[in-house]
Design a protein around this ligand. Structure first.
Ligand code: IPM
Ligand code: MG
Length: 361
């Protein structure tokens, strides 16, 4: 049956990088018999421009019927002055919450060709392969009450609430243990149980869930130490599981170990495996429209989409192999280039991956 893919380019470099990912999908349809129908919608600032809302009803309807969603990025300077509820970021948080995409998988894999692009010594990062599992629809991002209030003294006070129910911790823990079972069977749960009660509960629930996965070696680490260990000795980790905000921060740090945030895809899954796929980098308004952004994270997001939502592992591997081949040939976008590299544009990188993919037929 034809699967429906909703494409949401969003803002900034989103449009350029999504165009390259769509090229790759087209090759898969033409040459590899992939049976998908692609529809396009708006989110973030682009949606605000069209419908005065960052996640409008029109997009909601499209998103709910799609089998999988491919998203570019959201955000732009021109929207910074809007009321918080109408800002592009709210569109992203809105679709994650609306579709119940609680399990966010953020792999940090160092492509061997790019060992020199990392700011860490090659021996520290060579062969790096970490999976960060970030809880995505709870925690301080969504906790109530929240706001900015005026105190009696006339001084303003901002406040947010970091809350997790047992059921929310349980389901993300199951998600992480299942992934660990398919990898090296080592899971590190990251919390701040030495200070926060909510994290004490997190620790306790993860321990409880662990009993169902006796083969997985579970460890716990406080988030500050985890940040340090990621930079000091990242290869000690296999799978890491953590809450929404800690995961946001640690996944950016882990991304940089690989040399560029422009290389890393992500998947956000609901309880049935329906997913949204997006590069973990932002909309980079400073380089938008210049045809210099790195499209590889988005192209590899297509690979994750095929793997996790469409059950097309063989095609996912073909995309990964095509990206590998292009990097091996020395092609680099500016963000991953070192001296002497052949620097190419966004569209040229997409074309090169498309050609490499066709060659794998
Ligand atoms: C991410 C981003 C988002 C987040 C922003 C854009 C709302 O940083 O996907 O990591 O904080 O979740
Ligand atoms: Mg982030």
């Amino acid at each position: 049956m034809t699967k429906q893919i909703l494409v949401l380019p969003g803002d900034g470099i989103g449009k350029e990088i999504i165009a390259e990912a769509v090229k790759i999908l087209a090759v898969l349809c033409d040459d590899f018999a992939l049976d998908v129908e692609i529809t396009e919608g708006v989110i973030g600032g682009a949606a605000y421009d069209a419908y005065s809302h960052p996640y409008p009803e029109e997009t909601k309807t499209q998103a709910r019927i799609a089998d999988a969603i491919l998203l570019g990025s959201v955000g732009g300077y021109e929207y910074d002055k809007l009321p918080r509820d109408l800002r592009p970021e709210r569109g992203l948080l809105g679709i994650r919450a609306d579709l119940g995409l609680f399990s966010n998988l953020r792999p940090a894999i160092l492509n061997t060709e790019l060992a020199d692009a990392s700011s860490l010594k090659p021996e520290v990062v060579a062969g790096l392969d970490i999976m960060i599992v970030r809880e995505l629809t709870g925690g301080i991002y969504f906790g109530e009450p929240r706001g900015i209030r005026e105190l009696e003294s006339g001084e303003k006070q901002g406040y947010n609430t970091l809350i997790y129910k047992e059921s929310e911790i349980e389901r993300i823990a199951h998600s992480a243990f299942k992934i660990a079972m398919k990898r090296d069977k080592r899971l590190c749960s990251v919390d701040k149980a030495n200070v926060l009660e909510v994290m004490e509960l997190w620790h306790e629930v993860v321990e409880r869930v662990a009993k169902e996965y006796p083969e997985v070696e579970l460890s716990h680490m406080y988030v500050d130490n985890a940040a340090m260990q990621l930079v000091k000795d990242p290869k000690q980790f296999d799978v890491m599981v953590t809450g929404n905000m800690f995961g946001d921060i640690l996944s950016d740090a882990a991304a940089m170990l690989t040399g560029s945030i422009g290389m890393l895809p992500s998947a956000s899954l609901d309880i049935n495996g329906k997913g949204m796929y997006e590069p973990i980098h932002g909309s980079a308004p400073d380089i938008a429209g210049k045809n210099i952004a790195n499209p590889l994270a988005t192209i590899m997001s297509v690979s994750m989409l095929l793997r996790y939502s469409l059950d097309e592992e063989a095609l996912a591997q073909k995309i990964d192999a095509a990206v590998e081949a292009v990097l091996k040939n020395g092609l680099r976008t500016q963000d991953i280039a070192t001296d002497g590299d052949h620097v190419v544009s966004t569209s040229a990188m997409g074309d090169a991956v498309a050609i490499a993919l066709r060659d794998l037929k």
